[in-house]
Design a protein around this ligand. Structure first.
Ligand code: GRG
Length: 427
């Protein structure tokens, strides 16, 4: 599919402004036809979500998928010319990201010194993370740009465009504050000791300050949100916070059936990962005065990109940067969190369910689960599902109303490029 996609992109790009095309049929190896019923159910379950030291063992279970690697290689090869033609999505918004980073640092300044140093912790230069969300949002803002056909009075058009951009940047800032707040609380709940390559805030300053810093960031996000004076946008982002809390609670309070359900997993994944980016994309569209139809396409892009991102994250937790099973941190399974690769493996090997039900406090159960996973197509099927969602995200961009503006075209291309990067990333 991606091979074809790479080619279809090249032809699309050669036509420069034609974004109205859907992907061509899938490559058999990555085909949706091989999707299990569970994957299909998982997909439909999130359709309406908007409304809604194991070294020895690791060696033994070394897993690889040569055919898939071959394809992946071809994806890179095929699309490299495209990428050369395109600007890197992150470079496209690099200057604006620096402005955003500076503004964020000023937005999280607190009165009390301890709270100030806690709140600014992950906004300091070098520990800002991948900035995936603000990049998507700034690109989306440009991708949905509509030029006023009749120029208004001198300077008025520019002033309006500048004001809109500032309001859309504000959405990116709010999104980052909510994201970092959720990371701080998540690390407390998981008793994590590292984050973004440094000590987690709870590890460095203790749980209490980490929770308070998260609350503080949320309150600053609320103030910024209120300043936009747009109740629909306020509702979207307030719902995101509810989703984050719901997703986290779903993860920590599962019954045995829920833990083994792909529907449940996909719903939780939407709440924990995809809701923030999907609703923020929609907010960008609403602020631009776009139609409900375009706002839904923006939402669909964010939702499917977010789901693809998390599915690959779940693969990388098992494989790390290599394709060998057990090379990842195995953090999810060791914490008893069941993700897509294990759920797919369980479809092939129902006996794995007994191991899942026993839990993973006993590390030999982790070894057994890895053994089943290695014999199954769990990793491959998870990748296939991620590809499917990445393609749905790309299809949303393809369905946007035609626009010949050069900046709009570049940003839409960059958003398409991100759908590719999300599924080929290895970190
Ligand atoms: C306080 C809003 C709030 C929520 C409390 C703890 C909790 C409820 C929710 C947890 C949400 C969570 C941490 C979801 C995981 C999302 C995710 C994919 C995080 C990793 O994002 P990256 O890879 O990280 O973009 P960087 O570090 O690059 O920003």
């Amino acid at each position: 599919m991606l091979i074809y996609r790479g080619l279809s992109r090249i032809s699309r790009i050669s036509k420069k402004t034609s974004f109205g095309r859907r992907w061509l049929p899938s490559h058999p190896l990555l085909s949706g036809a091989s999707h299990s019923a569970a994957a299909a159910a998982a997909d439909s379950s999130v359709k309406d979500s908007g409304n809604i030291s194991l070294s020895k063992t690791r060696e033994a279970y070394s897993w690889s998928l040569p055919a898939l690697h071959g394809i992946r290689h071809q994806i890179h090869h095929q699309s490299s010319s495209v990428i050369e033609e395109q600007l890197d999505p992150f470079s496209l918004v690099a200057d604006e990201l620096s402005i955003l980073a500076k503004r964020l640092r000023s937005m999280v300044v607190a009165e009390v010194p301890k709270l100030a140093s806690a709140a600014e912790y992950f906004f300091k230069m070098g520990v800002e993370g991948k900035r995936f969300r603000p990049t998507v949002l700034l690109l989306m803002a440009t991708a949905l740009n509509v030029r006023v056909p009749e120029p208004l009075h001198d300077g008025v058009e520019d002033a309006l465009a500048t004001e809109l951009r500032t309001r859309q940047q504000c959405i990116a800032e709010i999104t980052e504050m909510i994201h970092v707040a959720s990371l701080l609380h998540d690390d407390v709940l998981d008793d994590a000791d590292t984050r973004r390559g440094i000590g987690s805030l709870n590890f460095v300053m203790g749980n209490k300050l980490a929770v308070l810093a998260g609350d503080f960031l949320l309150s600053r996000a609320c103030v910024a949100l209120a300043s936009l004076k747009n109740t629909e946008v306020v509702t979207l982002l307030a719902t995101v916070v509810e989703h984050l809390v719901t997703g986290e609670t779903m993860q920590m309070t599962t019954s045995s059936d829920q833990r083994c359900s792909m529907d449940y997993y996909m719903q939780k994944t939407y709440y924990k990962t995809a809701s923030l980016i999907s609703n923020s994309c929609k907010a960008i569209a609403l602020l631009a005065g776009q139609t409900a139809e375009v706002a839904i396409l923006a939402f669909d892009y964010g939702k499917n990109l977010g789901l693809a991102y998390q599915l690959i994250d779940d693969v990388l937790d098992f494989t790390g940067t290599s394709a060998s099973l057990g090379k990842g941190s195995l953090s999810d399974i060791r914490h008893g969190i069941i993700t897509a690769p294990i759920l797919f493996a369980m479809e092939e090997f129902p006996q794995l369910r007994t191991v899942v039900e026993q839990g993973f406090e006993d590390s030999s159960n982790v070894d057994i689960a890895l053994e089943y996973l290695g014999k199954s197509r769990g990793i491959q099927k998870t990748r296939e599902l991620a590809v499917k969602h990445a393609n749905l995200a790309a299809a949303a961009i393809d369905s946007l109303p035609e626009n010949n503006d050069e900046d709009v075209t570049k940003s839409r291309r960059a958003l398409l490029d991100l759908t590719h990067r999300v599924i080929t990333r290895n970190k």
